[in-house]
Design a protein around this ligand. Structure first.
Ligand code: FMN
Length: 172
């Protein structure tokens, strides 16, 4: 049977309704744990992921400022919610609704982070995709300052906080 060749960069993999993608990192974002669903979606074996930087699945369509926002929050002990487009080993992409939280030791120091991801709502992806696209364009010339300004102006115009936007898009 002749198989049609697919262009992996155009190929979307969708999360299943009740699946969770889970990973843990040390305080620097180096992967220390990932579950089976993570490996299945990302297309990597466990030994290819452990001890690697979490940016191994970074997709170029993600604005840098999204990760800055995430890191600023989690480093200061807060949690991050957000929609993330990730890239699998073969170049396919998949969207997730991520929640990243800090992990503490018994002295109350942050020793790492945990991310749990679920299937994002279709509405969320449709809304966020063009916003991220615009932010990536702005980053090419004006850096994260320009993309951050665009995001915060958008939130101001809609009189909504970042968390309110994200949680309302997910339907929570
Ligand atoms: C627990 C945890 C989970 C993360 N998950 C992802 C992820 O799924 N995709 C991603 O691109 N970056 C993720 N990051 C952020 C990466 O550490 C990194 O900041 C991001 O990929 C941007 O990489 P860059 O600075 O090399 O551009 C995660 C970080 C932490 C701490």
């Amino acid at each position: 049977m002749k198989r049609e060749k697919i262009n992996p960069t155009m190929h979307e993999i969708k999360m299943k309704e009740n699946d969770f993608i889970v990973s843990k990192t040390n305080a620097k974002g180096i992967i220390t744990y990932c579950n089976e669903v993570f490996m299945e979606m990302a297309g990597y074996k466990e030994e290819e992921l452990l001890r690697k930087n979490h940016n191994i699945i970074r997709h170029p369509h993600m604005p840098k400022v999204a990760f800055k926002l995430a890191w600023d929050l989690i480093k200061s002990g807060k949690e991050f919610f957000g929609f993330v487009k990730n890239m699998s080993k073969d170049g396919s992409f998949y969207w997730v609704f991520a929640n990243i939280t800090p992990d503490y030791n018994s002295n109350g120091e942050i020793v790492g982070y945990t991310s749990v991801r679920r299937k994002p709502s279709d509405k969320a992806v449709k809304t966020i995709e063009p916003i991220y696209e615009k932010m990536c364009q702005l980053e090419k010339t004006g850096g994260m300052q320009a993309s951050g300004k665009f995001l915060f102006d958008f939130l101001d115009e809609n009189n909504i906080t970042y968390d309110e936007l994200v949680l309302s898009l997910q339907g929570e």
